[in-house]
Design a protein around this ligand. Sequence first.
Ligand code: SF4
Length: 284
Amino acid sequence: MEINVAKRTGFCSGVQQAYNEVKNSIVDKNKIYIYGELVHNKKVIEELNRAGAITIKGLDDIPEDSINETVIIRAHGISKAEKELLEERFSKVIDMTCPIVTNLVKYVGNKQKEGFFVVVYGKPDHPEILGLKGNVDENKLLITLSPVKISQRKILIVSQTTMGEEEYKNFIVSILTINSFTEVLIRDTICSETVLREKETLELSQKSTLMLVIGGKNSSNTQKLYRISKKYCKRTYHIESLEELKEIVISSQDKIGIVTGSSTPTSQLNKVLEYLSQKKEDLS
Ligand code: SF4
């Protein structure tokens, strides 16, 4: 049995910083509020809840006694109005919006001021996009996954930071084909950590007989890695727990490739590696 692990595993930098902040704040205060799920990973959320973190689903969910408490904004970011409300209701707001997301928001806002209409290749209901919408001029913004006809002529095209590189390129070609803009600015705003994980998944899946994609079932970046891997390796499994791994038939001939989503902690990967090294011994 051969086991190959992707070079980039564990939390991405944005999630790691937010996670560290939550852990440190819990040590200081015993209790901390997080606005929205910190990561799309059930095990991590359960671990943080046990340690004293309380997830607030939305503004309606803010507790009555919040004025003495601290709230953390997760890596996806939030709208300006929501942030102002949190500042009114909590004694302290720690903004852990990922710097890559913050840069995108600032860039879009600045370009709108220069007269650009901004087309964002992204999912309209994704938290990062909802945050972006709530920080810029919504009248000069279009969020879409499919290329559409646009009446404006001076255009900036950007992408949600976690979209696929290939799909974004295809989107750009299509939207330019069906429109005749007078001025177009195209910016690559996809997070490089996402792109590199996708490249590694593609490479590993082409040389593996079995692929394990570790991450939350509700994590869209993990789902994307699963889809990429499945194209090249039929025996690709998206697993969230060791229990799921135990059900997969593994042989001594298998070449196993392992990748993780950007919201999967190293501890989950280590559990999988421990299990596989034992399995390897058992099969030899
Ligand atoms: S995936 Fe990239 S943009 Fe998103 S939180 Fe992680 S580092 Fe930031």
